[in-house]
Design a protein around this ligand. Structure first.
Ligand SMILES: [Zn+2]
Ligand SMILES: [Zn+2]
Length: 256
């Protein structure tokens, strides 16, 4: 199994330390593990997430490598916005690039047309990045909008997907949606298919775990879904590039 979206207590909203999370990852049989703590340099949220020492963060992940046999990657969930141009520099293997808010509000769901505001901000925030990576939980706004109304097809969504592909970024299938009342991964299956149709190449999977108990949760289901959609490889990143892994090799043996 693979899980490229995991938080530790380097994120203010996560419950378990790097050591605890890695132990849990090992027990769940993960083979490729990416730590991706929050860094939202321009957030207006009162409890905004910010990594104060990248040396400490990056080195503790690198140091932990000697204790485990799985592939342990240094990631970061970078909050991107149209107004942000500060990309931290360090030995990152990859980043999860997420739009969590728009300049006019950190509560997008309170805006008159939340989906349009979100998608516009995605288009404006997307640009070539110094690290390979994946656009985080596209359509996650569903967690907050009234009735958890899903995203519908639009020219603006296409523009977002085309731009992701054009800047050589991938998308993640984020399984945390299965822990929300709409009970579906982010993004929806048709959006994944549309991304591929529009030239998207790189897809990964992540649990977005903020607790050790859900590390790897839903990943098997996400991989099965990708297989059903005809996706044969998922990706992680190393040495500045995308590395393919056959989907079939990552699905648990039981029902593979
Ligand atoms: Zn996020
Ligand atoms: Zn996250």
């Amino acid at each position: 199994m693979i899980d490229l979206h995991i938080h530790t207590t380097f994120s203010p909203d996560a419950s378990h330390s790097l050591g605890e999370v890695l132990k849990a990852a090992n027990e769940s049989g993960l083979r490729i593990v990416g730590i991706s703590d929050h860094h939202d340099p321009q957030s207006k949220m009162p409890d905004m997430a910010y990594i104060s020492s990248f040396n400490e963060y990056v080195n503790s992940i690198k140091d932990a490598r000697r204790h485990y046999e799985f592939e342990l990657l240094v990631g970061l969930e970078l909050g991107i916005q149209s107004t942000v141009d500060e990309i931290p520099e360090h030995d990152f293997d990859y980043m999860i690039y997420s739009v969590h808010e728009v300049p006019e509000s950190y509560r997008m769901e309170r805006l008159p047309d939340p989906w349009t505001s979100y998608l516009r901000e995605c288009v404006n925030a997307l640009r070539p990045m110094p690290y390979p990576g994946f656009f985080g939980h596209l359509d996650f706004l569903r967690r907050y909008v009234e009735g958890h109304e899903p995203l519908y097809q639009s020219a603006l969504l296409d523009e977002v997907l085309i731009k992701i592909a054009k800047v050589d970024m991938g998308i993640e299938v984020n399984t945390s949606g299965w822990r929300h009342p709409f009970f579906e991964q982010n993004p929806q299956a048709w959006i994944i298919e549309r991304f591929i149709e529009l030239g998207g190449k790189y897809i990964t999977v992540g649990s977005d775990a903020h607790s050790k108990d859900v590390v790897g949760e839903g990943i098997d289901e996400a991989l099965r879904l990708l297989k059903k959609l005809g996706v044969s490889e998922v990706f992680y990143c190393k040495y500045g590039d995308y590395v393919p892994v056959p989907v079939i090799s990552l699905i648990s043996a039981v029902e593979a």
